[in-house]
Design a protein around this ligand. Structure first.
Ligand code: IPE
Ligand code: IPE
Ligand code: MG
Length: 252
């Protein structure tokens, strides 16, 4: 009864969104799966499973809305510290997600990209990702970045390594004239690299090594909702709040 009351009272934020002022790039730290399961006295893996269902809902909602880039943090370079059983479950869910939804993504014109360090991923995951990337690479709609074995510090280091190799034989003048744009081309994904809206559910107030360079001027949105409860209306609410912020980029 109480739940139903809440449901009726919650505003429909989709109606309040200004289509002309959408954030181009939204990044989400999908956090809180474990706590969601714990609250229900379930194994953490149920939280990840329900979290995967929200991925589907949020991808559909973002693509329908006309968002250009959606970056989702699925597994960090630090998440290997977790028990093997949990790591395996997350990898399994990623493969299952692709198996079940790749046709829908492809027909909705979504371009799937994977950001992160490939080498450490299990072979079956890498193969499935390659298959999915291949299948959507000629699309022209929303870019969906799945950030998998992703760590921002490692990404920045990788970019530096690549540049050192590339410019090894360059003159000092050429190196001195390098720009932020030149650097950004060496990030895992250079398209629309600036994040406009960074969302973190679950009540934690940190970025946990996610898109640190790209979020330089991102509007940060923190919510106490746990990821498996993050229904599209929560996304619309974040976008609505974003549209009511005053972005100055250092100006007046
Ligand atoms: C986020 O949920 C999913 C991943 C990190 C893969 P968590 O598993 O971190 O959930 P909490 O933070 O323990 O609740
Ligand atoms: C961040 O969540 C990583 C992902 C959502 C994939 P964590 O649960 O790993 O972050 P911390 O440990 O709370 O900082
Ligand atoms: Mg967490």
């Amino acid at each position: 009864m109480f739940m139903a009351y809440n449901f009726i009272m919650e505003k429909n934020y989709l109606e309040l969104i200004n289509q002309e002022k959408l954030p181009k790039h939204i990044a989400i730290i999908m956090d809180g799966n474990g706590r969601w399961a714990k609250n229900r006295k379930l194994n953490r893996s149920y939280g990840h499973k329900e979290g995967a269902n929200r991925v589907v809902d949020i991808v559909r909602a973002s693509s329908d809305l006309g968002i250009k880039v959606l970056s989702l943090f699925a597994f960090s370079t630090e998440n290997w510290k977790r028990p093997l059983e949990e790591v395996n479950k997350i990898m399994f869910l990623i493969v299952a997600f692709i198996d079940k939804y790749i046709d829908e993504l492809a027909s909705n014109n979504v371009i799937l990209k994977v950001l992160g360090h490939r080498d450490e991923l299990p072979r079956n995951v890498k193969e499935k990702l390659d298959y999915a990337i291949n299948k959507t690479e000629n699309n022209t709609g929303m870019i969906l970045n799945i950030c998998l074995n992703y760590g921002s510090q490692l990404e920045i280091l990788d970019a530096c390594k690549e540049m050192i190799k590339e410019y090894k034989k360059s003159s000092e003048e050429d190196i001195d004239s390098l720009t932020v744009e030149d650097f950004s081309k060496h990030l895992y994904s250079d398209e629309y690299y600036n994040v406009d809206l960074m969302i973190r559910p679950s009540g934690e107030l940190r970025l946990s090594n996610f898109l640190l360079f790209q979020a330089a001027y991102a509007e940060l949105y923190f919510s106490n909702i746990l990821w498996p409860d993050f229904i599209p209306n929560e996304l619309y609410k974040a976008i609505y709040e974003f549209q009511n912020r005053n972005r100055r980029f250092g100006g007046l």
